[in-house]
Ligand binder design. Structure first.
Ligand code: CP3
Length: 356
């Protein structure tokens, strides 16, 4: 791996990003304006992204630090967002750990041989940090370029990774995943424990290389009841989040359709709780007292007339006002067909309306 960077020697409090609105809001500190970034801000809504990606497969692009750096910076330049999110994918650490998979345009992750039996578990090997040295390199290039703008590292949470591994691809009802979870809890827990270790290693590489915060995506965990979440998922997400506590960086935890799961997700060890558009931020804040919240404009609202977008941005800001901290975001990722000029206008509007 690369030599130690200044990021390894300086504590989070001494980094150039420590005074940024984004990091301050994550810590519940006063901010000059509400910080804003968008999940999936780097990607298909941008013509400059599509141009760079032409002829390069998704996983291949993630392995090229020059491309990763440029793609990560594109939305920062274009929209003036308060944070960059590292361009990669939740499947990258699994690919690097030796699992045969691909990310297919328009479909998503596809796993060649699904993991469903004890014998299959042998194929889920630990991640060697050296296998993601391209991540280390890209994060270092990016933090040098970004200066005072924070870079958010990320990973997929054990449940969401398991859902792709067990189903073999995207799934609506997660039937195979749940069949394994209920049918063989011992194997389930063994699988999620391995995935937690892979995720922890992947995030530690990003942290050592200099990211200013991390987001753990448990996108599909809203498919579970709270009781099942606590029994089958929370211990593993906790292993990841509590395993990062010593780094002293903000840990954001997000899933879709998680209204009633929010307290349990916060208790898994999150500092900041990401909220989708179904739960108003003021209600979410009551469910997770003491935690800053991130969200939660419906990504589909960006397709409505501007008056509606403006009204909804105002509502989200108002609902986020009396929380311990608010990071403005969408309630899920930017949809590919989104007009990027609307995203830029939303950033300007959030900054103007929230200036204090
Ligand atoms: O801008 C950013 O947010 C950074 C990049 C990023 C990507 N994937 C790039 C990507 C991030 C943070 C992710 C996370 C991710 N990947 C999640 C969690 C976030 C969420 O949206 O819930 C999940 C569930 C995945 C798995 C995955 N990878 C999906 C569902 C897809 C899209 C499938 C499709 O085509 O509709 C991918 C592929 C992917 N990841 C693309 C990008 C830019 C599209 C690449 C392409 O089609 O060439």
């Amino acid at each position: 791996m690369a030599v130690m960077s200044s990021a390894e020697q300086t504590s989070p409090a001494d980094r150039p990003t420590a005074g940024s609105a984004f990091v301050r809001a994550c810590r519940g500190e006063p901010v000059p304006h509400t910080p804003v970034w968008f999940m999936r801000q780097a990607g298909r809504s941008l013509p400059e992204y599509r141009e760079l990606r032409a002829g390069v497969r998704m996983l291949e692009s993630c392995r090229r630090p020059d491309l990763v750096t440029e793609i990560t910076l594109q939305p920062v330049r274009r929209h003036g967002v308060d944070a960059a999110i590292f361009f990669s994918d939740i499947m990258v650490p699994l690919d690097a750990a030796g699992i045969d998979l691909d990310i297919v345009a328009g479909t998503g992750p596809v796993v060649a041989e699904p993991v469903r039996t004890l014998a299959d578990l042998d194929r889920v090997r630990p991640l060697d940090p050296a296998a993601v040295s391209y991540v280390d390199e890209a994060v270092r290039l990016l933090t040098a370029e970004l200066g005072a703008t924070p870079l958010i590292g990320f990973a997929g949470a054990p449940f969401t990774l398991a859902s792709y591994l067990v189903e073999g691809g995207p799934s609506r009802n997660h039937t195979q995943t749940k069949a394994l979870m209920y049918g063989d809890p011992q194997l389930w827990h063994a699988l999620l424990d391995r995935l937690a270790d892979i995720t922890l290693t992947f995030l530690r590489v990003q942290i050592a290389a200099g990211v200013s915060a991390v987001q753990l995506f448990d996108s599909w965990v809203g498919a579970l009841s709270e009781a099942d979440y606590r029994e089958y998922v929370q211990p593993h997400s906790r292993k990841v989040l509590s395993g990062l506590a010593d780094a002293g960086l903000p840990r954001i935890h997000f899933g879709v359709g998680t209204g009633l799961l929010l307290p349990a997700m916060a208790q898994a060890g999150a500092d900041v709780v990401g909220v989708d558009w179904r739960t108003p931020l003021d209600q979410a804040a009551k469910l997770v007292p003491g935690h800053p919240v991130q969200g939660n404009l419906d990504p589909a609202v960006l397709f409505a007339p501007w008056e509606v977008v403006e009204r909804e941005v105002r509502r989200v800001l108002a609902e986020g006002r009396n929380t311990p901290g608010h990071i403005f975001n969408l309630g899920h990722g930017v949809l590919p067909e989104t007009d990027p000029t609307v995203l830029t206008r939303v950033v300007e509007l959030v900054h103007t309306l929230s200036a204090r």
